[in-house]
Design a binder for this molecule. Structure first.
Ligand code: KG4
Ligand code: ZN
Length: 365
């Protein structure tokens, strides 16, 4: 079929080096022919965060291997591709540059069109790759680097309602784990401890719930946890196993309640437009948290809205979402050329207020 598109996607904006091949025949479910993700966790483990120079070098060293592997696994040659899609931002600039330079070289050598993709659009359009979700839908992006509400109206139409003004929730989970001597990544470790704890023993704040709007803040929560921990240590000389479980449970419930309440508010705005098939979609590693997921499901059900959570391997950073976002942009008429620039910051919604600060994985937007 003339309109069949087969895209190579390349992703290198954070600490995952990834390449994937996605094929789309109009009217059919998109097919992920391959999706290769090489994490860099071990490379950064000693530094308590992602080191941009180490990340950039690893991307430069591993990207071509990932691309080769993705093409081989898909059984596709460069000549079979319709175009190359690459993350052009936002993110750690050294990594983004590695991907953009490789994509430009491949596109020139193989005479293929090039499509630059916003990493956040990749996450934002994933529910269409996995579930063919119709526009418009409400998207909550919650990961170690991102936290925002978006009304997704089209491949390039994102309305940002609000997001975190400091830490992303995943960052807060990771820092909490560090404060309590739990392993990284912190989210799964804190969740496992919380399952055995009493969420009512410690009263943690629910930041920004007292203010209207959709902005969130998670860094104060981490400070509150630090104070509670230090008070226990001062009182008893250390933490018991149960203290740790209760601290984790209290922290997790506070994050979940903030996300649920802000989602309720964001849904009200989204639903005011009376979308034909209303849906709430989530993406990002924190969407794996069972309490958060359960609470978001409940909020969706209470509002008569479908809840869509793509499989975790597509919720976290990957290149299939970049290939897919490239396909969507391409069908919309978008083309880039050798003037494509790598951008450390690239807000999806240029009309929204700029986001403050940088996360552990680079600029927040
Ligand atoms: O989307 P992701 O893989 O990477 C980026 O941040 O881009 O998300 C990773 C984050 C980490 O901070 C990790 O602690 C968190 O997701 N996470 C969780 C859970 N699983 C992963 N947070 C809470 N509960 C979980 N079960
Ligand atoms: Zn991401």
């Amino acid at each position: 079929m003339a309109d069949t598109l087969t895209f190579l996607g390349i992703e290198s904006s954070c600490d995952d080096t990834a390449a994937a091949v996605v094929r789309h025949v109009p009217g059919q479910m998109p097919q992920i022919l391959s999706s290769v993700v090489e994490g860099q966790t071990a490379l950064h483990a000693d530094f308590g965060g992602v080191v941009p120079e180490i990340a950039a070098r690893a991307h430069a060293e591993r990207l071509d291997h990932c691309v080769e592997q993705a093409l081989t696994e898909a059984g596709v040659a460069l000549a079979d591709l319709s175009a190359i899609a690459v993350t052009a931002g936002p993110g750690l600039i050294g990594g983004v540059l590695s991907g953009v330079m490789l994509a430009k070289g491949l596109a020139t050598g193989a005479r293929l069109p090039l499509v630059g993709v916003n990493h956040l659009a990749g996450h934002g359009l994933t529910p269409r790759l996995t579930d063919q979700l119709p526009f418009p839908y409400l998207m909550l992006l919650v990961s170690g680097g991102h936290c925002q509400f978006l009304i997704v109206r089209g491949p390039e139409q994102f309305q940002r309602l609000g997001g975190t003004i400091d830490d992303a929730p995943g960052e807060a989970f990771d820092k909490t784990a560090k404060l309590l001597g739990l392993p990284q990544p912190g989210g799964p470790a804190v969740q496992a401890e919380a399952a055995l704890g009493n969420a009512k023993r410690f009263t943690f704040p629910r930041p920004l719930l007292d203010r209207p709007g959709y902005d969130m803040s998670f860094s104060g929560l981490k400070t509150a946890l630090l104070r509670a921990r230090d008070a226990l240590i001062a009182e008893k000389g250390g933490l018991t196993v149960q203290d740790r479980r209760d601290l984790c449970a209290g922290f997790q419930r506070a994050v979940a309640e903030v996300l649920a309440e802000k989602t309720r508010r964001a849904l009200a705005v989204y639903l005011a437009d009376a979308p034909a098939e209303p849906a709430l979609a989530v993406a990002g590693g924190v969407a794996a948290n069972s309490l958060i997921r359960a609470m978001l499901e409940t909020v969706s059900a209470q509002n008569g809205v479908r809840f869509v959570a793509p499989p975790l391997r597509l919720c976290t950073d990957n290149a299939a979402m970049i290939a897919w976002a490239g396909i969507e942009r391409f069908r919309d008429g978008a083309r880039d050329d050798m003037s494509l620039v790598a951008r450390p910051r690239w807000p999806l919604d240029a009309t929204a207020a700029p986001m403050i600060g940088s996360g552990k994985k680079g600029a927040k937007a």
